[in-house]
Design a protein around this ligand. Structure first.
Ligand code: GLN
Length: 210
């Protein structure tokens, strides 16, 4: 199997953990901080962190436009948590001045799970991944509130209404989505040692480079 070069945007967040996970599933993983490094990758991972901060750092490191351009050209991308927010075409509860990379036809809500359930862990059925459910760690996570026609929902959590009642699986909130070569999760698979989500992404990169 080929070993595609997968970049990890290294401005903030769990860069080392993503590099380790990508390496474990057969990619050549490299941190990306400069436009020249970005130009050399076959795919890119956008780690969690704080999307407003990453947005500013993308400006400072002169990566905003190069990254937008590569995404427009079809660069495979995987965004976790803040990374999902950056990839979304529309952000609710964002800061008015925060930049979006866009490319993923979804509306996401920042810090969607609210204060009481700021951070939590749960097991999720994840379409296309075989074996046990995925143990998912959520940290001040967004959810996907609306998806465009080409977006596939891969995992959801049951909806939690404002009074805490469980609205049931059918009204669940999407927390993992895919649109062509773009993958996003609200949670952090790099923290659990389960490499299946990174494996899925590296397979998407392999498919894209043929
Ligand atoms: N709440 C963060 C944001 O808005 C995301 C948190 C995370 O990436 N763990 O960017």
């Amino acid at each position: 199997m080929s070993s595609p070069t997968v970049g990890v945007l290294a401005l903030q967040g769990n860069v080392r953990e993503h590099v380790a996970a990508l390496t474990a599933v057969g990619a050549t993983a490299v941190p990306v901080r400069r436009p020249a490094e970005l130009a050399a990758v076959d795919g890119i991972v956008l780690p969690g962190g704080e999307s407003t901060t990453v947005s500013k750092l993308l400006d400072t490191f002169e990566l905003l436009e190069p990254l937008r351009a590569r995404l427009r050209d079809g660069l495979p991308a995987y965004g976790s948590c803040a990374g999902m927010i950056l990839l979304a075409d529309e952000i609710l509860d964002g800061r008015p001045d925060q930049h979006q990379l866009g490319g993923l036809d979804v509306v996401v809500r920042r810090n969607a799970f609210g204060r009481q359930v700021d951070s939590f862990e749960t097991d999720l059925e994840f379409a296309g991944l075989t074996g046990d459910p995925v143990h998912a760690v959520f940290i001040r996570a967004p959810w996907v509130e609306k998806t465009g026609g080409d977006v596939e929902v891969l995992a959801s959590v049951p909806d939690v209404t404002s009074n805490g009642a469980d609205a049931g699986e059918a009204a669940g909130r999407a927390v993992a989505v895919r649109q062509g070569p773009v993958l996003a999760t609200s949670f952090h698979p790099e923290l659990t040692g389960d490499r299946r989500v990174h494996g899925l992404f590296v397979d998407m990169v392999r498919a894209a480079i043929g």
